[in-house]
Design a protein around this ligand. Sequence first.
Ligand code: IMP
Ligand code: MG
Length: 202
Amino acid sequence: MAALRYSRDVTSPGIDRTSDGARLEDGDDVGAVIVSAEDLQARIAELGAAITADYAGRPPLLVGVLKGAFMFMSDLSRAIALPSEVDFMAISSYGSATRTSGVVRIVKDLDVDLVDRDVLVVEDIVDSGLTLSYLQRYLLARRPASLEVCALLVKEGQQRTALDLRYVGFTIPADFVIGYGLDVAERYRNLAAIHAYDGPTP
Ligand code: IMP
Ligand code: MG
């Protein structure tokens, strides 16, 4: 089970089915709001402040994990009031569309050298934790000065591996979610809030 610091539990998901899902043709697949756009932005401001305090004097290299983290990375990077750099990795995990196998393929590697850098991995969501666990081993082999993780979402009770998550946005129920970067078959990434997915299993 992950050590959840800076985490905020989401115990009572909202019932607002409209938000910006209403502008999608298949809005019926866009379920209840799990984390509203306002709550996302408020929590990201808190995460940014915590990171700003912790990394004073040692500029972080933010490593975003594409594609899911692209929106979180954009907002989080602006909430960190420090000199910082960003880079991205793209990975794709083998397995079904809604369940990872933990076997990860690196589609795009980092452009920068990690040696002696203070690396902060920016992840969208931790489910089994297998993807992140693989990534941490891969990045540690490159000898950074430090390696920490900032995950926007952690699914409660799903982790199959011990993970040290330095920063967590929200702990959410284990159901599949979409929006704010998260997809089903590449769709719904542009929703401003995190929603339940009520559509058919792809
Ligand atoms: P894990 O390896 O089981 O922790 O899965 C992590 C990856 O699976 C995330 O980075 C996402 O890309 C994807 N994923 C897991 N749960 C969800 C979800 O509810 N919605 C969208 N993508 C998810
Ligand atoms: Mg991801």
